[in-house]
Design a protein around this ligand. Structure first.
Ligand SMILES: Cc1cc2nc3c(=O)[nH]c(=O)nc-3n(C[C@H](O)[C@H](O)[C@H](O)COP(=O)(O)OP(=O)(O)OC[C@H]3O[C@@H](n4cnc5c(N)ncnc54)[C@H](O)[C@@H]3O)c2cc1C
Length: 222
């Protein structure tokens, strides 16, 4: 069951800087009704026609709505959103999307979440919303500081794959290189989120491992 789609404006409650160019925007959630973890909202500056999709980062039972945004240097909307201050308004629409987990799978199945960068957002929402999930997260980032709020995940369930520097408790290399080395049970439900190159490559690896395409879910950001 997915929430009713609404369109309106929302007030900025706060902004949390997490790493260079990455921030969490906290919004008043009155404009958006019930949503399912994994869904996204469409946001833009109030008096501009430009809007972009952002996965919901916070859990449905929290009294605000948060999105995790990477400011793209030449980007229209992400740059404008980074300049917002508490009290400013944004145009918002949602919830949208089907990158969700069905109730019957939540308790019974094993999950593999694979993200690049801010593609971690829907997984953050899943883990905060569903305490019973049996999951592993593989998170591809360039620098260690981009493992945003990774203490949300149990340490044995979270692996950062860092390409730009060597960190003792993380894998040094691309998330798809790490994926080549881990065993994945055939009936694992795999969720992939982030840039399309990673998603195509991970799809390929997992299909070659015998994962049924029905068990592969993807949310492409760009
Ligand atoms: C369903 C969905 C959910 C999404 N959720 C999130 C989210 O939770 N957090 C988030 O940060 N983004 C998310 N995105 C991406 C987001 O919608 C925008 O595309 C992104 O913020 C760039 O918008 P912009 O207007 O700043 O840049 P634009 O002006 O649209 O694009 C400028 C250039 O930057 C490229 N680009 C776009 N995104 C990135 C990126 N992340 N890194 C490098 N280059 C990029 C574009 O391909 C383009 O060439 C999501 C996209 C989709 C489709």
């Amino acid at each position: 069951m997915h929430g009713t789609i609404t369109r309106g404006t929302s007030t900025v409650l706060g902004r949390r800087e997490l790493s260079h160019g990455c921030f969490v925007l906290r919004l008043d959630r009155a404009a958006i009704g019930r949503f399912e973890p994994g869904q996204y909202v469409v946001i833009g500056p109030e008096h501009s026609p430009d809007r972009r999709e952002y996965s919901v980062y916070s859990a449905p039972d929290e009294p605000f709505l948060e999105v995790l945004i990477k400011e793209v240097p030449e980007g229209e909307v992400s740059r404008a959103l980074h300049e917002l201050e508490p009290g400013d308004s944004v145009a918002i629409e949602g919830p949208l999307g089907y990158f969700t987990i069905s109730p019957e799978h939540r308790r019974s199945r094993e999950f593999l979440f694979i993200a690049t960068g801010t593609g971690i957002a829907p997984f953050h929402c899943f883990v905060r919303a569903y305490s019973e999930l049996n999951y592993r997260v593989l998170h591809g980032v360039r620098y260690a500081e981009e493992r945003h709020e990774y203490h949300t995940y149990a340490p044995q369930r979270y692996t950062a794959c860092i390409t730009g520097e060597t960190v003792s408790e993380a894998y040094h290399g691309r998330v798809t290189s790490y994926l080549q080395q881990v065993s994945v049970a055939p009936d694992t439900l795999c969720y992939l989120c982030g840039n399309c190159d990673m998603i195509f490559e991970a799809f390929d690896i997992l299909q070659h491992r015998g994962i049924d395409p029905q068990n592969l879910h993807a949310e492409v950001y760009y």
